[in-house]
Design a binder for this molecule. Structure first.
Ligand SMILES: Cc1cc2nc3c(=O)[nH]c(=O)nc-3n(C[C@H](O)[C@H](O)[C@H](O)COP(=O)(O)O)c2cc1C
Ligand SMILES: [Fe+2]
Ligand SMILES: [Fe+2]
Length: 395
């Protein structure tokens, strides 16, 4: 997709990435992702807001040239320096020879560490304005969304907010750019995954930014990943605020791994037992499902039942891996139940409990250790675990 007019004087000049398999080398982008960049053609000056991944530099420059000459750009505003938005920096400043780079003090500092000294910089603080003539661009600091340097850019004339990673989503936007045209259900699920994978660690900063922009009249919301919201700009903001609120739903996740189906059979039994009680339950086999797709369910689940086979006297590595994601993303406290499977000897429940306690999770008893195939007497232990879980859930 080439450039696209958003409103008077304002154009999308970004790209869609359908080549990369893992965003940040970690998160599957099965449905692609967009890197949005924008041109604002003021009556006096021209601004480019953000750039794109390095791989797409040529496409970005071609899209810009459809709207303005690169050499006419006065300001290159960098809301965020992560290379999905700054990777084309050198290609841009090579062509936009008179452009001054605009960012927060730490943004300029980060940019210098990546791209050297060979550019002129303007540092901006909260509330500073850059005048394009009719369009006046106001900067709002939004630290930790997604890095410490991040700012939002607000156009006081069009009332468009350029929020970079905040309110963004996975999923490329081929063909359908505006919220009035998109498959809302698809983007809501991709947005929740993007939120959980990329932003959830900084939930408290989402709430702070939400307070800051609460009274800002926003007619158009222009994030740097995913669609542009003209019909209902508050919709993604409210979703982000809800997911950041820390409010849990009465939902239980079963997260387990299995090589030869013994643990799988236990997980199925647990799932059916919970379903019988009419409680929302979702089950994930970590051997088949990447943590990227489990974290969005985890952020608003009250409880998790974790199941692991014993592997070389250790927790099964895909379970350890999952717990590492839970730790790194600072998922807030959840109630955990534990079951494990073994053949000749195991202290896996204790190992899992220690690991869970280390990362701030609460473990309820009894932890269930089953030898070989699940028997009738094992079911009684699992039933006791589920009963205790329900008691805590209802508290
Ligand atoms: C490579 C490997 C290492 C294992 N290490 C242990 C072990 O240290 N202690 C043990 O009791 N069982 C061990 N087992 C046996 C499994 O824990 C057991 O087969 C279990 O039932 C597997 O669960 P699953 O059918 O859900 O994969 C190991 C199995 C494999 C394949
Ligand atoms: Fe980012
Ligand atoms: Fe980003």
């Amino acid at each position: 997709m080439a450039s696209l007019k958003i409103c008077e004087d304002t154009f999308w000049v970004g790209v869609n990435d359908k080549r990369d398999i893992l965003f940040e080398g970690l998160w599957p982008i099965t449905n692609g992702v967009s890197y949005n960049a924008y041109i604002i053609k003021g009556s006096e000056k021209i601004a480019l807001i953000d750039s794109v991944d390095k791989f797409y530099s040529k496409e970005l420059l071609a899209n810009i040239e459809e709207v303005v000459k690169c050499s006419e750009i006065d300001y290159f505003i960098m809301n965020h320096i992560e290379p999905d938005h700054s990777g084309s920096f050198e290609a841009v400043i090579k062509e936009a020879k008179k452009a001054k780079v605009v960012s927060s003090q730490s943004g300029i500092n980060f940019a210098r560490s990546y791209y050297g000294e060979n550019f002129e910089a303007i540092t901006v603080k909260d509330g500073d304005i850059i005048d394009l003539g009719n369009h006046k661009l106001k900067f709002i600091t939004a630290p930790w969304l997604h890095w410490p340097e991040t700012i939002f850019t607000y156009d006081t004339l069009s009332q468009a907010l350029f929020s970079c990673d905040a309110f963004g989503t996975f999923g490329s936007i081929e063909g359908k750019m505006f919220d009035e045209d998109i498959d809302k259900k698809f983007y809501e699920s991709e947005m929740k995954r993007y939120f959980a994978d990329i932003v959830s660690h900084y939930s408290q900063y989402v709430l702070k930014a939400g307070e800051k922009i609460k009274d800002l009249p926003i007619k158009i919301l222009c994030p740097s990943h995913g669609p542009i919201y003209r019909k209902d700009p508050k919709y993604p903001i409210n979703l982000y605020l809800k997911w950041s609120s820390g409010k849990d739903e009465e939902k239980v996740l079963i997260v387990y791994g299995s090589m030869y189906d013994h643990t799988d059979e236990i997980a199925n039994y647990v799932e059916n037992k919970i379903k019988e009680k009419g409680i929302d339950v979702k089950s994930f086999n970590v051997c088949k499902v990447h943590p990227s797709f489990i974290l969005p369910e985890l952020i608003d689940a009250k409880a998790v039942i974790l199941g692991s086979p014993t592997y070389e006297a250790s927790i099964y590595p895909p379970i350890t891996n999952f717990l590492e994601y839970v730790k790194v993303k600072s998922i807030k406290q959840k109630i955990f139940g534990v079951f494990a499977n073994y053949t000749w000897g195991s202290n896996i429940p204790e190992q899992i409990k220690n690991r869970l306690n280390e990362i701030g999770m609460k473990v309820i008893e009894p932890m269930v250790l089953i030898k070989g195939r699940m028997k009738e007497e094992d079911k009684n232990k699992i039933d006791a675990l589920i009963e205790n879980l329900f008691k805590v859930l209802k508290d």
